[in-house]
Every structure is written in C-alpha cells, then in structure tokens.
Design a protein around this ligand. Structure first.
Ligand SMILES: Cc1ncc(COP(=O)(O)O)c(C=O)c1O
Length: 454
C-alpha cells in the first residue's frame, strides 16, 4: 500500500468510484468498508491495524495462507522472463505446458488434458462448450440440456449464473433456457422429518426423474459441487453421491464436478471427487490452484471427452486471451510444488481437519446452534432460536449477520450464508490456531445469543 495516502482518502476514492461485487451499491457508496492492507500466514490486517484470523482462506482460495515465498518468487521470476504471451496460433509457454502435466499428475488417472481459463466462472462456461462440442461430434447435437441444482454456486457470468441455483442471481439475470434445476441435498433446511439417508436418496433420484422428464436423448450433463460451498457448506447425506453415480453410470450423460472450492485439499483429499469416490467426466478448478495469488481456472478433461475432441474434431472454437497465461501458470506450478513438498493435504486431512471438526461439533451444545456440519477443512454452523423446531434466530438471516459482524470485530474473519456461519480456514492452520478460531466463534455465538435474548 502507498503509505502516503491515508485510509480516509482511500475510503473516499473507493466509495466514489468502485462498484463492488455482490454488494449493496448504494449502501457501500454511503458507508464504505474495510481497506485490507496486508496479510501474513493465516492473518489479515486492515488499514486501521485490525488483525483477523482468516477463517475463510480469502474467498476459499488461499489454502496455503499468505506467506508462500515460493509462489511469490515464481511469479516475479516469470514476469522477468516472459510476462505474457498467448496460447492461440500454435504457441505455448513453459509454465503452461508444465502446469498441464502437473495437473494431470495430481488429478485422477482418467484426466490427461486441461483447458485453461482465468476463473471458475469461465471454466464452467467452458464446460458447456466442451459438453456441447462432445455430443455434436458424436452426431447427437440435440443433447444440450444441462441439469444443475438449486442453491448451487457456479460463478457469475451469464452461463455460470444460469448453472447456479441462486435465487437473487436468477431474479437479476436472463439466464440460459437450456439449464434445469433439481433440489439440493440440504437435509437441515429441507429434510423435514426424513432421516438424512432417506432424504439423500430421494433428492438424488430427482436427477433420474428430471432426465426422464427431459428425455435422455436431450440431456448433455449434470453439474454439481461435491460439497456446496457458497450455498452454505452443504455436506450431502452419505446416500446421496453413490445414488447419483449409479444414475449417471446407467445413462449417457456427462458428470461435471465443480471443484472450484473442493479442489486442492479442502475436503481432505486433493479433490472432492476422490473423497466421494466419483469419476467425473469434466472437473472445474480455480481459486486454490494458485493459492489465490494469481487469477487462474480451468477444466480437466477426461479421456472419454478428449478422445473425441482429438479424433479429427477440427478447431474447438473457444479460448481466452489469457488462457494459459505464463505468470498465472507459474503461480499454479509453484502452488502444486508447495502442496506436494509440504504434504499439507495429508497432514491437514488426517490431523488438523479432524480436530477442527471435533472442536466445532462441541458447539452443537450451544443454545443457538441447530447443526454443525462439515467435511475436511470447511464447515457450517447453523443458528436457530429453537433447536427442536429449527425456528430461526431472527428474520432475514439477521442473527447470522450479527454473529458474523461480532466475530469480525473480535478478530475472526468468517462469512454468513443464510442463517449459517461458514468457515474454510487455510490448510496450514495448526491445532492451536484452530482452537483459537473456535474460541472466537464461541464468543461471537455467546454475544449473539445474549443480543437476541436466547
Ligand atoms: C463452486 C464454485 N464454482 C465456480 C465459482 C466461480 O469462480 P470465480 O469467482 O473464479 O469465477 C465459485 C466461486 O466462488 C465457486 O465457489
């Protein structure tokens, strides 16, 4: 940060000119926000000097925290060597080629090709292009419908917003008419009196019913996050994924796993599809591939699809100026190197994540906690006024907003989705740091309960 500019001037500039993502624009222009100024390890600092333990890994991306010198040096040295060149017109660059190979090594064996984008949203757009091209090349151009889930988040371009199932986004978007949605496996909110396993099977079978309704000959793919992240860290019941797998295996439709959050260690394995024993045909990644330090996303393309694309399919008419950007790919390569060298996915999956989940489960005894759910290094804590009836603490998710603001003020960056407090701490946290995260959340819950008179 340029220290000659003071915080209040920065705030004024920002409020006057900067339209922020997913923000009430009038409110922000009137009240402004926090100017983040630096970060180190798992801590972020704003320009007032307020320090917070980052319980969200930025926006689910800084899985290795903020002090990865190897990634920073790789970015700097790539900028000096080849700061940019495109990958169109029979050109490539060293980091793009090497990262493609590294991604093939860390993803399941049936992935041997990658298409690079700059973001998760663009990667999901790319999935649609790939799925449609795959079926066109097979002489089945009518197979173009996509099935997704309500309350899914797949990004914010028109295609990604259409794929997603976020009500407020659909209200503001004229989305794609070939995307259809089924219910999400959110037992706490929608399971009523069913057991989690019954509920999981029932909502999985909605996929079967939807394919029958639309006609298998018209459906190209089903897209889903292994665990819905932005929707509220929705961990599906154990019965859910095996049933989806059965349905997909029995039919000629593609399974697209959006691993933009789950990828690179979040669920305790390199990828969420490994955690759930799934073999997707396309796998979306972004965020943690560069530890959030550079924008990069992409799609891992399985042999089933690449075999068709590579067998005389001609030009794939899709690409982005920065597909395979050398600096972003250098960051990706250094990130994979750091993940491998530190063995952090294994350590966090087997030692830190069980501690994180166990400590959070202790909060289930708290008077305003209705459910704690999670997998690996991410979790949600649902707030209620009444545990039995699951009555919410306050209308319009006000209770969770209050709790989030209280936690932030107390030194913990957590997020709120609906009535749930959401956490995805960096994988590099140790157990003491996890203890301090849970303690700070506990204090915020106490203050929230007192505020609402529970
Ligand atoms: C599962 C999932 N897919 C896609 C995206 C979109 O990624 P991006 O914001 O990089 O476009 C996100 C972003 O949070 C995500 O969580």
């Amino acid at each position: 940060m340029n220290m000659t500019v003071d915080t209040s001037t920065l705030r004024q500039l920002d409020q006057a000119h900067h339209l922020h993502p997913f923000t009430d624009l009038q409110d922000y222009s009137e009240h402004g926000g926090r100017i983040m100024s630096r970060a180190e390890h798992i801590y972020i600092y704003d320009s007032d000097g307020h320090r917070m333990l980052d319980g969200m890994s930025g926006l689910w991306c800084c899985n290795l925290g903020y002090s990865q010198k190897g990634i920073i040096e790789a970015i700097y040295s790539q900028l000096q060597e080849l700061p940019y060149y495109n990958n169109f017109f029979q050109c490539s660059n060293q980091p793009a080629a090497e990262l493609a190979r590294a991604l093939v090594e860390v993803t399941p064996a049936h992935f041997n090709h990658v298409f690079f984008t700059n973001s998760g949203s663009e990667a999901n757009d790319t999935n649609l292009r790939l799925a449609h091209r795959y079926y066109q090349l097979q002489g089945k151009p009518e197979k173009k419908l996509i099935i997704s889930r309500k309350n899914a988040y797949h990004g914010s371009t028109i295609a990604a917003a259409s794929l997603g199932g976020m009500g407020p986004m659909h209200k503001q978007t004229n989305g794609l008419d070939y995307v259809h949605h089924i219910n999400q496996p959110h037992w706490f909110d929608e399971g009523a009196d069913e057991s989690p396993e019954e509920f999981g099977l029932r909502v999985a079978r909605e996929l079967e019913a939807k394919i029958e309704e639309l006609g298998e000959e018209n459906v190209a793919a089903f897209i889903a996050e292994p665990v819905q992240g932005a929707g509220g860290v929705i961990v599906p019941p154990d019965s859910y994924w095996p049933e989806i797998r059965r349905i997909c295996d029995e039919r000629d439709i593609l399974l697209i796993m959006d691993e933009v959050i789950c990828g690179f260690g979040r669920t305790g394995n390199w990828f969420g599809c490994e955690t759930y024993g799934l073999e997707p045909d396309l796998l979306t990644f972004a965020k943690a591939v560069t530890n959030g330090y550079m924008p990069l996303g992409g799609v891992m393309v399985s042999d089933r699809i690449s075999d068709v694309l590579l067998s005389g399919g001609g030009e794939f008419a899709h690409g982005l100026t920065y597909s395979g950007h050398p600096v972003a790919c250098a960051a990706g390569l250094a990130t994979i190197q750091a993940l491998r060298d530190s063995n952090v996915i294994q350590t966090s999956g087997t030692e830190v994540a069980p501690h994180f989940q166990a400590r959070l489960r202790e909060l289930e005894d708290h008077r305003i906690v209705g459910q704690v759910r999670g997998r690996g290094m991410f979790a949600a804590v649902e707030l209620v006024r009444d545990k039995g009836s699951r009555e919410r603490l306050a209308p319009e998710s006000e209770g969770a907003v209050f709790c989030r603001n209280t936690a932030n003020a107390g030194g913990l960056m957590v997020r709120q989705t609906g009535d749930a407090m959401i956490m995805a701490p960096p994988l590099v946290c140790n157990t003491q740091e996890i203890d301090s995260l849970v303690d700070m959340l506990g204090e915020a819950l106490d203050k929230t309960a007192a505020h609402y008179g529970v």
